[in-house]
Design a protein around this ligand. Structure first.
Ligand code: BDP
Length: 717
């Protein structure tokens, strides 16, 4: 081989190998070359002639994205025009900047999209045609550009179609549970991406990529630190570090929030008390808040976990949650800041069913919170279980701003070794009817402020991001970050649509890949529920790390043990929350309480959540409860095997590195699903004293062996 040919071949090989080994870092923004020639003929002229109406940091961020995308998609940088009419085909700007060009009708249409909305479409002017991406604010244009690039990547861009969109939720927020030493509570993807030690001097380029990823899916708020908060984050030294992050995020439309430790006045303020009604305490928070705003003028506000799981709060001083929250809200108010107060409260001194404690605390306080307070409520009343009935606070309080807290990190859903697409679970929650305040109310309509007229709307998700090269540990964890952003933007989106979008951006647009990966994703949540906690079982995971099964976990406070939740005995299994039991069902609207109080009427997926049911109870498919439980566990394992086979059939279609990463993890998932099934069935059999149905794979192994497994180094604790 002569030298130049040899060198070209070598270069080609290097390029192919590196381009094949996709490490997942680029997430869904790994723009692929456009192979469809028709699409290319529509996109290329636009990227060759871009005109920006003015300049600002957000437009610089858009240019940065267009540069990256164009180089990958077309192999060249875009060309920016200086004149809006000469050599120009793509306009990017705000409604105001384009007001001379837009008809009054177009202007009012765009205006109606609100502060983060965007419009994109064709505009005819003096016989010439321009493609325009317009926001009411620069950030709207940014969202419009991401949406446009997304449509190019998924092969759906059509210049002739007008498209407008706007978020239904105002604050679309990631909650990082990141500690200042970079460990991450319930994090399974390495360490925290916030390198506090090197900040403010060293700025990791990852911060910008993080902001890009969030902006591309509409996330506009991040709380940087663990809700089990460290007061040091509020010191001046840390503020300088936080400021660097806020400055990076600002052009991407992202506001920074911090978790505020309620006892900070004592820990960093030198006071003897943190009583929210004490004048010195109030003065501390006011001064502290003013100081934060002097560094970060658009600081979002505080997120607070108080009087829960040992965290300090107003109860120590005989004050209630409203008094605690309002004091902090007052400090934020002059700056337009928001106080997010979590409803995840339960006390070990209170032996009332943990399911009921948040309603008991917050119900009587409805209407007492200030306008800039939002109560952030988990999707269910216990704790991010594989499946939970909706939290009874939704619809129970109507005079207080409420927001959703989902968990993206898979604390109870196989952590980073299990492929579980969470959008179907969130969709199920969002579509749930609460029947309060009206018969048609759903969780989504409450969150969107349609029921109460609340202006401050919020959907938050506990982040699954860490320092792993692919950000989320499991490649499919990226789909949950993506889905969260999309559902927070528009809670009415279907999981199927979201899965399709993500698959196209991640694996390309081949129909076979699309349909098979979609099948895996859409069935994965039900599979996990089956092999972990079928028929409404809950909180039977390993103690503390929550990794793997632990239905036998005993000792310590009752509501941190598994038998508290499953209540298995010789007669049956399940937690009686009807009026004969804890009475939690009565916290729901009468329509729900009535239907669910009958074990024959309640949706079977919640059966054991609300009822203690005899082992021989006949379930809907005609089986006894005991056999039904066994069939569900067995089905879960079989579903994982089906996922494995489907994935295996895609080997020739998927990047080898990504293929192998997922293949290996699916093997781990199969082992873990078998472990769950065997351990739980063998354990529950000690109560049911019944044989397993003959046609399931017989649970093997020895219960004592499963009980003896220890994971002292499990991540995320
Ligand atoms: C639970 C976690 C715990 C969190 C708590 C919370 O196990 O680590 O601190 O929720 O949400 O899911 O505050």
């Amino acid at each position: 081989m002569n030298k130049p040919i040899y060198l070209t071949a070598l270069l080609w090989l290097c390029f192919t190998v590196t381009s094949l080994a996709n490490d997942g870092y680029k997430l869904w923004l790994d723009y692929r070359p456009i192979s469809n020639s028709q699409l290319k003929s529509h996109v290329e002229p636009l990227l060759n002639e871009i005109y920006f109406y003015g300049d600002n940091p957000t437009y610089q961020a858009i240019k940065n994205e267009l540069n990256l995308a164009s180089q990958k998609m077309l192999g060249k940088v875009p060309i920016y025009s200086k004149d809006r009419l000469q050599n120009t085909k793509l306009w990017i700007g705000t409604r105001e900047q384009l007001s001379q060009t837009l008809s009054l009708d177009q202007q009012s249409k765009i205006k109606a999209l609100g502060e983060d909305g965007y419009w994109r479409g064709n505009i005819e002017l003096d016989g010439k045609s321009f493609y325009a991406i317009i926001g009411n604010q620069p950030v709207g244009a940014l969202y419009g550009v991401y949406n446009w690039l997304n449509s190019i990547q998924s092969n759906t861009f059509d210049k002739t179609i007008e498209l407008a969109d706007n978020p239904k939720i105002k604050i679309r927020m990631l909650n990082h549970w990141d500690n200042l030493d970079r460990t991450v509570e319930r994090g399974y993807a390495g360490f925290s991406i916030w390198d506090w030690h090197k900040l403010p001097g060293y700025v990791d380029p990852r911060y910008t990529d993080y902001a890009r990823a969030n902006a591309s899916i509409g996330i506009n708020a991040v709380s940087l630190t663990n809700v089990n908060a460290n007061a040091l984050i509020l010191t001046t030294d840390f503020m300088k570090k936080v400021k660097v992050l806020a400055d990076i995020f600002r052009p991407y439309g992202i506001k920074v929030y911090l978790t505020a430790r309620f006892s900070a006045p004592i820990q960093i303020g030198g006071l003897k008390t943190a009583d929210p009604l004490d004048p010195e305490v109030k003065a501390f928070w006011k001064k502290k808040t003013d100081e934060i705003y002097s560094f970060i003028p658009d600081f979002g506000g505080f997120l607070v976990k108080a009087n829960s799981e040992g965290q300090p709060g107003p109860h120590e001083y005989g004050r209630n949650h409203a008094e605690g929250a309002n004091m902090l809200a007052e400090a934020l108010e002059p700056h337009g800041g928001v106080l997010i107060w979590r409803a995840f409260v339960y006390s070990h001194e209170d032996d009332v069913d943990r399911h009921m404690q948040a309603n008991n605390e917050f119900g009587p306080l409805d209407g007492q919170f200030k306008d800039n307070v939002i109560i952030q409520i988990k999707n269910g009343a216990i704790d991010f279980q594989p499946r939970e009935p909706v939290h009874p606070l939704y619809g129970a309080i109507t005079k207080t701003n409420v927001g959703m807290e989902f968990q993206i990190t898979q604390e109870y859903l196989g952590q980073a070794t299990n492929l579980v697409f969470l959008a179907p679970m969130w969709e199920e929650v969002l579509k749930t009817k609460t029947f309060r305040p009206t018969p048609t109310t759903t969780v989504a309509s409450i969150l969107e402020g349609k029921e109460s007229g609340q202006k401050l709307t919020l959907i938050a998700g506990v982040s699954n991001i860490g320092t792993d090269q692919n950000w989320t540990g499991h490649l499919f964890g990226q789909s949950n970050w993506y889905a969260f952003g999309r559902q927070a933007w528009d809670p009415s989106l279907e999981s199927k649509q979201i899965a399709e979008e993500w698959i196209k951006l991640t694996f390309g647009t081949k129909p076979e890949v699309l349909s098979k990966v979609e099948e895996i994703m859409l069935e994965s949540h039900e599979a996990a529920v089956d092999y972990m906690t079928p028929l409404g079982l809950h909180h039977i995971m390993g103690r503390s790390h929550h990794y793997g099964p632990g239905p036998w976990v005993m000792g310590g406070r009752a509501d941190w043990t598994a038998p508290y939740y499953h209540q298995a005995d010789s007669l049956g299994i399940g937690f009686d929350r009807t009026s004969n039991g804890s009475g939690a069902l009565e916290q729901y609207a009468p329509e729900v309480a009535k239907a669910w109080s009958d074990p024959h009427e309640i949706p079977e997926k919640y059966l054991l959540w609300f009822h203690h049911v005899p082992w021989d109870f006949e379930i809907k498919d005609g089986n006894t409860l005991w056999d039904g439980i066994a069939y569900h566990y067995d089905r879960g394992v079989k579903e994982v095997r089906k996922m494995q086979q489907t994935w295996a059939s895609l080997e020739s279609e998927i990047d080898p590195a990504q293929f192998d990463h997922v293949r290996q993890l699916l093997e781990v998932q199969e082992t873990e699903a078998e472990w769950w099934r065997n351990a739980c069935l063998l354990y529950f059999q000690t109560f049911s004293k019944r044989p397993f149905p003959a046609d399931i794979e017989q649970p093997e192994g020895d219960l004592e062996y499963y009980k003896s497994l220890m994971f002292p180094n499990a991540p995320g604790i």
